[in-house]
Design a protein. Sequence first.
Length: 623
Amino acid sequence: MAGSPAVAPLVALVGNPNCGKTALFNVLTGSRQKVANYAGVTVERKEGSLLTPSGLRVRLLDLPGSYSLDPLTPDEQVTADVLLGRRAGETQPDLVVCVTDATNLRQNLRLVLSLKRLGLPMVVALNMTDIARRKGILIDAVRLSAELGLPVVETIGVKADGVRALAAVLDRVTPFATARHAVPWQTPAAADIEHDQAEVRRILGAVGGERIDGVTLSDRVDAVALQPVLGPLILALILFLVFQAVFAWAQAPMDWIKLGVGAAGDWLGGVLPAGLLKDLLINGVLAGVGSVLVFLPQIVILFFFILVLEDSGYLPRAAFLLDRIMGSVGLSGRAFIPLLSSFACAIPGIMATRTIQNPRDRLATIMIAPLMTCSARLPVYALIISAFIPRRELWGGLQLQGLVLFALYVAGVVSAMAVAYVLTLAGRHRHVQALMLELPAYHWPNLRNLGIGLLQRVDIFLTRVGTIILSLMVILWALSSYPAPPPGATGPAIQYSIAGHLGAALAVLFAPIGFNWQISVALVPGLAAREVAVGALGTVYALSATGSDVSSALTPLLTRSWSLPTALSLLAWYVFAPQCLSTLATVKRETNSWRYPLIMAAYMFALAYAASWLTFRIATALS
């Protein structure tokens, strides 16, 4: 085609989970993609653009992974609604690319047959063909195309040259694919399911698709990695090394950011005249936002390892290893994935509980998901550990700071299991579902996918810094600056402000656990987002300091203002800290009741207060 139409055609990528669909999408679109949520739900929506060899611009939509057009989860519901033209605000695709896993064609063909019955223009992408060949799986793509009556193209979704054939097919097929209404979908009857199964067996017999060799490399690795004794030890070692790296690797870039923030403060102090604007920019914006921004390297390193473990195929193995432990406290084996997601943020973890069919198991998982140590806690942990835990090597190069961080994550997991066990004792007629997972083959993580994943998470973090955290810091600065102290007043001006009076009132409540009024003030904006507490401490201490302390780093200010028992008490508080308001709102939406978010906030506040009180008393007695 000489030119592109006014509206680029929409091509939807559909496939089973773990078929390599998103990796294929990333290679085809590169950085030309937008990530948002579908209207009315929290399911992620990814759309990108592809320029075909002839110059045709195509919009690619990465639909959520789905096993069936009869949805059991919100992800599958979105996929079905988009394909059937039932989702408001979404355009029905002009063409469907069904991505199949060549190493597991038997299961993937069921979805292909279902999509074919819709009558939409479709192409089948036979993905992971390189891995299939290494496993001894040989598929006749030409014969498969003839059997299905659809174009079939072999792809390797992690390589740029592995998608050229698909781009060429889209170039040839898309201009003639006109959007048309899908055939109304009807849930298959038992006879229809039996027919599909027989058809899958017939097609496989004609084209191949079954493994013809013996034990693969993944099988040999799993013999060790999933061994009942060695497996959990290997998992614990991997997690331990991850938290060691969070501190060891991040120190240099954190120092660079600190220098940059300090230089910016010195420059603003030199060019701006004394007044409200200078005070706002230095003590409000820079002190608050800079205090959070400095922890970006640690968050990037943590997400890097999570993405590596996910892309390599190890995370489902971790779920398998922990299934027995979770079952012992009454949790469904399916609860592992939501709880694992909660290490990034409790909100997607809570939403991921929709895959748990038993309502009681789902509710129990929702109630303990916030106890997983989310990434928003990391800036608080890192600040206190860096200030009060010495940089000391214990043995074999292990860092004491990394060991303390690992212990905090373990404390969150143990507390979640303990709460789940209490819920089990309180419940009746509990039925724990067996965990059924598809274990993908091990493979080296794709650098492109890692880069895109990290950039998306950096963008999310910086967006929070530039919107939520910046807004709250400006509000906190205003509350900390007004009203002005009366004539002849002594001491920091913040003590006479609205924030100072609020902190003094809250300090009465938090004094038994060692918190001063500055910490008490910082806890309030921390309800909006936990990492805001670090920025709030930066703002409050900048405004309450005097002389040269205003331009000092936050860490030395804390070491002069806090005792070690206070620091340890705050660490204990954040292991159980009451959730941010966004999480509580998500719980309300998922349970359709205010009862459970209120119960969650109450029990987590009680646990946090009790843990901090014990920690403060014990640390004071031992110091």
